[in-house]
Design a protein around this ligand. Structure first.
Ligand code: NIG
Ligand code: FE
Length: 413
């Protein structure tokens, strides 16, 4: 692994494939996703942390600056992981064993496990310990090529514990060199205290939690787990509208187990993204196609809890921009390996390597409103880059080698 480099001006030469040399587009959809432009045997010039120039080695100008020889390795934009729950107090490995023995995610939640289990653990942990644990995970996710990340609250489920999580996310933002976006997910589950009075919890969330979060400027986005036994579409609408009033744009958990109207509500509230989509109807797809909302698939979650994979090709056939994220969390997805998520999208959801890499770079950056500054090799964008290991000879081998870490070195300017 390599720590963020301090050198701000650098020439990288002899790049085997300079990958994802897109220009202009904020996100890609339809047939655009089939194209993954690259330059063989290339150079890239970084000035003050910004991509200044690039091209074929045949035309590489003479630069009198620090030079790195890539020895024909692949250089590509870093992944953006646009959906994680990276800040949590403890693993739920005990539930893992229950799952192996046959219990489903829903069975475990019904017994008081799942998100409520994580909330109990969150109540116990000190802010310092929570930060230390989270920082270690984020550091490691970066070595796997994550160059921007979204992190949700939602294991607090009361004001004090949600603030504890969000302040830890803020501290990560301040101490790490990559963009960290925070999402308030107070509506992740109904906490035990309110189990027979969900209405009162929603009122508390809207009238007390949200204003406190906004006052301290702790969140960029608002999220709701819109799902049977969690929050209905109508409740989701109320919460998203309250968040929007305070400047928090929606990114919403919808259609993980059931289609209950969340896509319609999320698109009507101008959601930046709708995430999961394992179960999606034609009506949902029509709402999405009419909107600007990005569809984010989370194949590593389907893998771990053994549920259907989102019908990604069908979603793409509606001309909807598709992004890939990990969903890293202690219950449904204990991995932050973006490369593995990209492999699964190819193997299980039949994306081509071109489509999957587009979904995890430029479209994933768009799902965090960052595609103006990252997600492709374009002049003027920030140099957040991955140099891959020498055994990755072509970009098609990025998803082909699965569950490995293809990243040799990261540049996070
Ligand atoms: O995206 N589905 C809701 N939230 C998470 C799981 C959270 C948990 O189980 O801790 C998800 O899969
Ligand atoms: Fe999630």
């Amino acid at each position: 692994m390599s720590l963020p480099t301090k050198n701000k001006t650098l020439l990288i030469k002899n790049i085997g494939q300079l990958l994802q040399t897109q220009t202009g587009k904020k996100s890609l959809k339809g047939s655009e996703m089939m194209q993954l432009p690259f330059i063989p045997n290339a150079y890239l010039f970084i000035e003050n942390g910004i991509i200044k120039d690039f091209g074929s080695m045949d035309n590489c100008p003479e630069y009198n600056i620090e030079t790195f020889d890539a020895q024909q390795k692949i250089l590509m934009p870093a992944w953006t992981d646009s959906h994680t729950h990276l800040v949590y107090a403890a693993s739920r490995s005990e539930e893992f064993v229950d799952k192996i023995k046959g219990l489903t995610y829903e069975d475990i939640a019904k017994r008081g496990g799942g998100i409520l289990n994580s909330a109990e653990k969150m109540a116990q942990i000190s802010p310092d310990e929570l930060y230390e644990k989270s920082a270690k995970l984020l550091q490691e996710a970066m070595t796997y090529g994550t160059g921007a990340i979204e992190i949700k609250s939602g294991y607090g489920l009361n004001l004090a514990a949600e603030l504890k999580m969000l302040r830890v996310i803020k501290k990560l933002k301040e101490h790490f060199p990559i963009p960290v976006k925070a999402t308030f997910l107070g509506a992740h589950a109904v906490p035990k205290k309110y189990i027979n009075n969900k209405k009162a919890y929603i009122e508390y969330l809207i009238n007390e939690m949200l204003p406190a979060v906004a006052q301290e400027n702790l969140a960029d986005y608002i999220d709701v787990f819109c799902e049977k036994n969690y929050f209905t579409a109508k409740e989701t609408d109320l919460i998203l509208k309250a968040g929007s009033k305070l400047g928090l744009k929606p990114k919403v958990h919808v259609n993980q187990f059931n289609s209950i109207g969340g896509v319609k509500i999320a698109t009507q509230n101008n959601a930046i993204s709708v995430d999961h989509l394992e179960i999606i109807t034609d009506e949902d797809l029509k709402y999405l196609a009419k909107s600007e909302t990005i569809a984010t698939i989370l194949p590593a979650c389907s893998f771990f809890i053994d549920i259907p994979y989102a019908p990604a090709k069908k979603i793409m056939s509606y001309n909807i921009p598709l992004a890939i994220a990990t969903d890293f969390n202690p219950g449904s997805t204990p991995t932050f390996n973006m490369n593995f998520a990209v492999s699964l999208a190819c193997i299980k959801q039949k994306l081509t390597p071109e489509e999957a890499i587009n979904a995890a770079t430029i479209n994933a950056a768009a799902a965090l409103e960052l595609s103006h500054e990252m997600g492709s090799i374009s002049k003027g964008k920030k140099a957040r880059l991955l140099l891959l290991k020498s055994y990755i000879k072509t970009y098609k081998e990025i998803p082909y080698f699965f569950a490995i870490n293809p990243v040799e070195k990261t540049y996070f300017f």
